[in-house]
Design a protein around this ligand. Structure first.
Ligand SMILES: C[S@@+](CC[C@H](N)C(=O)[O-])C[C@H]1O[C@@H](n2cnc3c(N)ncnc32)[C@H](O)[C@@H]1O
Length: 198
C-alpha cells in the first residue's frame, strides 16, 4: 500500500493540489495558531498552508515520497514543517498538540478505531480534532476515496470512535472537491470537529 502512495507522489503534479483542504483551512482560521499535528499528510498541502498561517506544524506519512515533497514545498515557501516518515501505528510523539487534523486519512476497518483513539491521545487537553473524510455515499462518485465501503465514515461510527471528545460538529455533507487530479467533482464527505476535555 505504501508503494501505491509513493508511486502517486513521485509524479511532479500535486496529487491533491497544492492548496489546502477547504474544510480544514476554514476550521483552522477560527482558531488561534498553535501546534498542529497532521497525520497521513501526503505531500503536505495542508501543512504548507498551516505553516504559512503561523501554525507550528508537525506531520507524518508512511510515504517517503510524500514527506520528501512536503519538505521541498516547505523549503520553497521558506516555512518550517516538521515532517517525518512514520506509520500511524508506530508514531509515538513525545508531546501532544493543540490541534490534530485528519484529512482523508482512511484506514482498513479493523484498524480504524485504534487509529482514531491514537489521534485522540495526540491531542492535548482542551485541544481540537478536525476530520474530513469520505462517507459511504461517495461510492456513487468518481472524485476519489477508497472503494471498500468499510473504510468510509458514517456519522454513527465517528460519534462512537470519538466518544471521549466533546463533539462540536459531526455531519455528512455533499460538496464539490477541487483538489488536484485525484479529488475532482461532486463528493460525499463526513466532517467532525471535537475537543478534548480540559
Ligand atoms: C488520500 S491521501 C491524503 C493525504 C493528505 N492528508 C491530503 O489530504 O492531501 C491518504 C494518505 O494517508 C497515508 N497513509 C495511509 N495509511 C497510513 C499509515 N498507516 N501510516 C501513515 N500514513 C498512512 C498515505 O500514504 C496517503 O498519503
Amino acid at each position: 500500500m505504501n508503494e501505491f502512495w509513493n508511486e502517486r507522489y513521485r509524479a511532479e503534479e500535486a496529487a491533491y493540489g497544492k492548496a489546502p483542504n477547504a474544510f480544514l483551512a476554514e476550521q483552522l482560521a477560527d482558531l488561534k495558531p498553535g501546534s498542529l499535528l497532521l497525520p497521513c499528510d501526503g505531500e503536505g498541502r495542508n501543512a504548507l498552508h498551516a505553516a504559512r498561517n503561523g501554525w507550528e506544524v508537525h506531520s507524518f506519512d508512511y510515504s517517503a515520497e510524500g514527506v520528501d515533497k512536503s519538505q521541498r514545498w516547505a523549503r520553497e515557501a521558506n516555512v518550517a514543517i516538521n515532517a517525518c516518515v512514520a506509520d500511524a501505528f508506530a508514531f509515538e510523539p513525545e508531546r501532544t498538540f493543540d490541534v490534530v487534523g485528519l484529512v482523508f486519512a482512511h484506514m482498513p476497518a479493523d484498524k480504524r478505531r485504534a487509529f482514531h483513539h491514537r489521534a485522540v491521545n495526540w491531542l492535548q487537553p482542551g485541544g481540537t480534532l478536525i476530520l474530513e473524510g469520505f462517507n459511504p455515499d461517495q461510492l456513487q462518485f468518481t472524485s476519489g476515496g477508497p472503494k471498500d465501503p468499510s473504510m468510509l465514515f458514517t456519522e454513527a461510527m465517528l460519534r462512537e470512535d470519538f466518544a471521549d471528545l466533546d463533539i462540536v460538529r459531526c455531519e455528512l455533507v455533499r460538496t464539490t472537491l477541487n483538489e488536484g487530479p485525484f479529488h475532482q467533482g461532486p463528493a460525499a464527505v463526513a466532517r467532525l470537529v471535537a475537543t478534548r476535555r480540559a
